[in-house]
Design a binder for this molecule. Structure first.
Ligand code: ZN
Length: 313
């Protein structure tokens, strides 16, 4: 956790957002966004995904973006990787954190990364071994991404014991942290509370656990609040809620970064983020979009009279 920060806000827009819309940002355009958002104080940004460019042309310049982003002082740069090859490329580019994705749902894992969850776990072990055998990469944080933890568009409900089993196996394989994702926006706050309560009971309080919510059904911030109540202190979000799906008009992406920061600061939880500067970053991002909608209400309403940022207790 960065100094003076109670909750870590991890920006997803450059990966989860951009991969879900049609506009392809130039590398320069991405860097303008990254610099502006880092300037606002957001401590960690996921800037790309190391998948084959044929699958996701929006992410083709990820290595370049990582290389430039790590030059920004104090910014933690993360990237996503679906497998060993992607993780190697992410580390070579200099990513500080590599999120390795697997789905709790067997069917979703097969469709997303074309292998069983057992094979994904074995691959995770190989990634840990690769990191550990290369002194230059020993400080890289390997995050175990647990997609579809709250439900799956292919197989429906996901069982809590399955989530716990994969969490334990990822940690056993060497994951430095866990990231629990409501990939398809099915979660509700009660479910979130139950899952994280059980997860902390299973893996203990010393494990860093992040949460990743989508606002698909309007429950994004409520879910974030429920996660906070259980003790989660790392939350993924997307500037302007960028994301959704090119085939589903109006579908929204991750929870909105600026709305989340406003909620946290109002509740007395320090994020290190300046909201006015964050809105500037949002404008820089928005002016590069070609018709895709952005979301969030803080940008429209602004700060309430008498608002004060959270301060150290
Ligand atoms: Zn997502």
């Amino acid at each position: 956790m960065p100094e003076g920060v109670d909750v870590l806000v991890h920006e997803m827009g450059l990966r989860d957002g951009l991969q879900s819309i049609e506009t392809i940002f130039s590398t320069e355009g991405k860097m303008d966004w990254i610099r502006a958002e880092a300037e606002s104080g957001v401590p960690q940004l996921q800037v790309g995904s190391f998948v084959p460019p044929k699958l996701l042309p929006q992410m083709a310049d990820s290595a370049d973006v990582v290389r430039q982003a790590i030059q920004i002082p104090d910014l933690v740069v993360s990237a996503l990787a679906p497998n060993l090859k992607g993780a190697k490329n992410a580390m070579e580019a200099g990513a500080h954190q590599v999120g390795v994705v697997m789905s709790i749902s067997e069917a979703h894992n097969m469709s997303n990364v074309r292998r069983s969850t057992k094979e994904s776990l074995e691959d995770f072990k190989r990634i840990v071994e690769y990191r550990d055998s290369n002194p230059a990469y020993n400080d890289v944080c390997l995050s175990g991404g647990m997609a579809t933890a709250f439900g799956c568009t292919i197989s429906g409900p996901v069982s809590l014991p399955d989530v716990m089993r994969i969490a334990e196996q990822l940690l056993k394989a060497g994951a430095n942290r866990l990231n629990v994702a409501d990939t398809v926006g099915y979660a509700n706050p009660g479910q979130v509370r139950d899952l994280f309560t059980e997860l902390y009971r299973t893996v203990g309080r010393d494990v860093a656990i992040g949460a990743h919510f989508h606002d698909t059904r309007g429950l994004g911030l409520a879910n974030a609040f429920a996660a906070l109540e259980t003790g989660v202190r790392e939350l993924d979000a997307s500037l302007g809620g960028l994301g959704g799906c090119p085939y589903a008009p109006g579908a929204s992406g991750n929870i909105v970064t600026e709305d989340l920061v406003f909620m946290l600061e109002s509740m007395g939880m320090r994020t290190g983020v300046d909201l006015k500067a964050l809105l500037k970053a949002r404008k820089i991002m928005e002016c590069q979009l070609k018709g895709e909608p952005t979301h969030g209400t803080f940008a429209k309403a602004g700060l309430p009279l008498g608002f004060a940022y959270a301060s150290a207790a």
